[in-house]
Design a binder for this molecule. Structure first.
Ligand SMILES: [Zn+2]
Length: 389
């Protein structure tokens, strides 16, 4: 069997990018490879499968099985390349002008490769506390893969003191991010010829009331004074956004169906449920009013997913570790969600810190600079070295 124990971080990145682990597809080929790589180092990994058995998260403990270790966590899935104009093969890492091009190079197989490259480094040290590697799936479709993985880690591993989630932050310590809740709404009308409008119930017209509620809510939110934590964010308040609306079939038929996709985002000082719950109460009221007009009319809705926010910690171990090693004492928060809030929700001190710029994520010709990749490797080496102190 091929021995993978002396692969460089860059060689590991080449291998990871070559697996086209778009979120809709299986990631098991990548997981098999990573498991083999860890086994070549004598490290046993544990898998946590999704309900279909076609995807798995994987985690491993490197070093002594004691508390106080360090988790390096990343996701293995990537966004699709469909419809994007790439000038290189997205599934092959191409180096050009000091950049590494390829899907996932920055979001976030670059960090995954660096974390895996730390395994031989950790094994060569006399670790007092363990390095824990955690690789999730389905981050890009609502961060649904990490929670069962983290629950399994809590059940089977000694608790780590800090978790670093390596989404691209330019290696700064990001200590806060938004929480979000998504609500999918289906407005069901009653179809008649539009010349008989008073006898029908138009799903499109009723959806208009929902749009009005959303606009009013945003006005109300903007009139509030942000709390101290939310004030760190831009914008410093929650937002309620209708991303999609589809309804109606013709100009002369009262619409039978209208569907809306609503997203509520809130900074760490607020709670998306503070806005999603009154939205749902409004939908219940509207549903009753529509049914009074025609029994076939009404509204159904469901929350498709929600991601908890990352709240800045007071004297958090994860933040302190990154600050000590980078000398970065600025306050950084971001408005996108990550799995860091899910680690924090389960009792870990968590920080987001990884190489590269989020601006290159999800783009055609996605890239990470060689300089950031190398700086990331140097930072992780120093992080792992603290486990031997
Ligand atoms: Zn990501």
């Amino acid at each position: 069997m091929l021995d993978r124990s002396d692969l460089s971080a860059r060689a590991i990145l080449d291998r990871l990018v070559a697996f086209p682990t778009v979120s809709r597809d299986s990631n098991l080929d990548l997981i098999d490879w990573v498991e083999g790589y860890l086994a070549d180092h004598g490290v046993t990994a544990r898998r946590v499968y999704d309900a279909t058995g076609t995807k798995a998260a994987l985690y491993a403990n490197v070093g002594p099985e004691v508390e106080g270790g360090l988790v390096l966590s990343g996701h293995t899935d990537v966004v699709p390349v469909d419809g994007q104009d790439w000038s290189t093969d997205p599934w092959t890492v191409t180096e050009k002008d000091g950049k590494l091009f390829g899907r996932g190079c920055v979001d976030m197989k670059g960090f995954d490769a660096l974390a895996l490259a730390m395994v031989p480094h950790a094994l060569a040290l006399d670790l007092k506390r363990p390095l824990q590697i955690a690789l999730s799936y389905d981050e890009e479709v609502g961060c649904v893969g990490a929670p069962p993985m983290i629950d399994d880690m809590v059940a089977h591993l000694p608790r780590a003191a800090a978790a670093v989630i390596g989404e691209p932050t330019g290696l700064r310590a990001v200590t806060g991010h938004n929480a979000s809740v998504m609500v999918d709404i289906h407005v069901k009308g009653y179809e008649v010829h539009s010349s008989k409008l008073p006898e029908g119930v138009s799903a499109v017209h009723e959806a208009g009331r929902i749009l009005q509620w959303v606009n009013d809510r945003n006005d109300l939110i903007r009139s509030e004074t942000p709390d101290a934590v939310s004030a760190l964010f831009d914008p410093p308040h929650a937002t309620v956004h209708v991303g999609q609306i589809h309804g109606g079939t013709a100009h002369n038929i009262t619409a039978k169906d209208c569907r809306l996709a609503v997203g509520v985002r809130a900074p760490a000082g607020d709670d998306p449920d503070r806005h999603a719950a009154p939205l749902e109460a409004f939908l219940a009221e509207l549903d009753a009013a529509m049914k009074a007009r025609h029994p076939n009319a009404g509204i159904t809705w469901s929350r498709s997913f929600g991601v908890p926010g990352l709240k800045p910690e007071t004297d958090g171990a994860a933040e302190a570790l990154v600050r000590r090693l980078t000398g970065d004492n600025g306050t950084h928060v971001v408005t996108y969600g990550t799995e860091a809030g899910q680690f924090q929700e389960r009792g870990y001190s968590a920080v987001v810190c990884g190489p590269g710029d989020i601006a290159q994520a999800h783009q055609p010709d996605e890239w990470i600079s060689v300089a950031q990749f190398e700086a990331g490797e140097a930072l992780l080496r120093r992080m792992v070295a603290t486990l031997a102190e």
